[in-house]
Design a protein around this ligand. Structure first.
Ligand code: UDX
Length: 431
């Protein structure tokens, strides 16, 4: 099957590579000439384990090609995935201008039947909007269908998730579209849910918001555990054995970040408001998440007296390991607060870079952990990069001015760290 993927960002690149891996002939289309040139040479413009290998493999096999030529790409492919960005507008609504542009291009340039599918997370009702944008742009009424097939992959695990999904959600209101979509996924072994486009669109938001809820619930419980002198990780282990609860996403920490959870939870609350429904639980999910980093910093401030003129080493910038993505990363909030309170901040992350806008542009990422921790009064650990486990913490202690470790990801065992001479605070380990 010939497939066109419009938008070669995170979701688009992964979608393109996965369909090439499944045996389709894939074209990746983007307006960004520079990105397309890079991709043609097998180079990925973001960090994602395993994805660049797949890119190289399929550029070489010829199963994937990249272009900026919209007309030829749209005319040459009957199945079109829309994977362009849907950033948040200032009012919190998703900005669908790129989706609209793509729909209009397809409407103007199509010469025969097209199946148009949204992969990007889009608000409920977008399938209907795309249908009307395509229709309005058409000169002749060529037939087409618009379906919703949301993507559930996680950054850092994109290839694994996209090749072995838990489920495939197909929101389609046409038999022709459903048949095409089913044949596209015929070699993927997982349940396929066929539903309406609106339901499919909501499933994506509802899933992300539920996962965010699990995290905030555990983070709130962690605060209680600190007061009760109980280890939240043991509580999570005990809870997770109940299959109705499940053991994943019960990891208390410094809060969730990334390009999806914060944006999707807010978008769902807003969509509900526009339908006169107040999603009160989700309001609290955001509140807990936004205050969680401050909860850890309060503990650090209490220990140090104040942050002014203290040297604080922030380990981990990315919103989670195995990605260079710092969007909505708790580490950025930590750094901003520390700078506001006149601390000297050093930062280390094995992959991610600091944003090049204030207040972060005054700092630079240290070359290694040693440089970041030299003379530090405390470490604030914000991302659970596995490499932090391999640090020789006994040697590091000698480099530090004061051996204080505030572990925002509960990476370490409190007793082990105490035995090495650290003052150690996790989140929900009991005070
Ligand atoms: C998420 C969804 O998991 C994915 O299905 C969707 O397609 C996109 O959004 P992603 O944002 O890549 O994926 O990361 P995820 O692994 O879900 O983690 C999100 C955030 O939650 C991270 O900051 C992570 O550190 C945090 N988290 C996760 C916790 O704090 N505790 C947990 O138990 C799990």
């Amino acid at each position: 099957m010939n497939i066109l993927v419009i938008g070669t960002g995170y979701v688009g690149s992964t979608t393109a590579m996965v369909f090439a891996e499944l045996g389709c002939n894939v074209t990746g289309l983007d307006t960004d000439e520079h990105k397309i040139q890079q991709l043609k040479q097998g180079a990925l413009h973001f960090y994602e384990p395993g994805l660049e290998d797949l890119l190289k493999k399929h550029v070489h096999s010829g199963r994937i090609r990249f272009t900026t030529n919209k007309e030829a790409a749209i005319q040459g492919n009957d199945v079109i995935f829309i994977c362009v960005g849907t950033p948040s507008r200032l009012d919190g609504n998703a900005d669908l201008r790129y989706v609209k542009q793509v729909a209009e291009d397809i409407g103007q340039m199509m010469g025969e039947y097209k199946l148009i599918i949204t992969k990007s997370t889009v608000p409920v009702g977008t399938q209907e909007q795309i249908t009307s944008w395509v229709q309005a742009a058409q000169e002749k009424p060529y037939p087409f269908d618009v379906a919703s097939n949301p993507e559930f992959l996680r950054e850092g695990k994109a290839v694994e998730d996209a090749l072995n999904p838990d489920r495939i959600i197909l929101g389609s209101n046409s038999k022709r579209a459903t048949k095409l979509l089913e044949s596209l996924y015929k070699s993927v072994k997982c349940p396929i849910v066929i539903t309406t486009p609106r339901t499919a669109e909501l499933i994506k938001y509802a899933s992300n918001a539920f996962l965010a809820t699990k995290i905030s619930y555990m983070n709130e419980l962690a605060r209680l555990c600190d007061e009760m002198d109980i280890n939240v990780m043991e509580v999570a282990d005990g809870m997770g054995l109940d299959p109705r609860i499940g053991s994943s996403f019960l990891q208390a920490g410094i809060g969730y970040g990334g390009s999806c959870f914060p944006k999707d939870v807010s978008a769902l609350i807003l969509a509900a408001k526009q339908n006169n429904v107040q999603l009160e639980i989700l309001d609290k999910v955001i509140h807990v998440n936004q205050t969680q980093y401050a909860y850890l910093l309060d503990k650090a401030r209490e220990r140090l007296g104040s942050f002014a003129n203290k040297k604080l080493a922030v380990l981990g910038l990315a919103f989670k390991p195995d990605t260079d993505d710092t969007r909505e990363a708790p580490a950025l909030r930590v750094i901003e607060r520390l700078l506001n309170e006149q601390a000297h901040v050093t930062v280390y992350d094995p992959v991610a870079k600091l944003p090049n806008y204030p207040p972060y542009d005054v700092l630079s990422v240290c070359a290694d952990v040693e440089e970041a921790m030299l003379d530090a009064d405390a470490v604030i650990l914000c991302t659970e990069w596995p490499v932090f486990k391999t640090i020789n913490w006994t040697d590091m202690k000698r480099l530090m001015h004061q051996p204080n470790l505030f572990d925002g990801r509960n990476m370490f065992d409190a007793q082990d760290m105490n035995a090495m001479g650290y003052y150690y605070q996790g989140i929900g380990y009991g005070d």
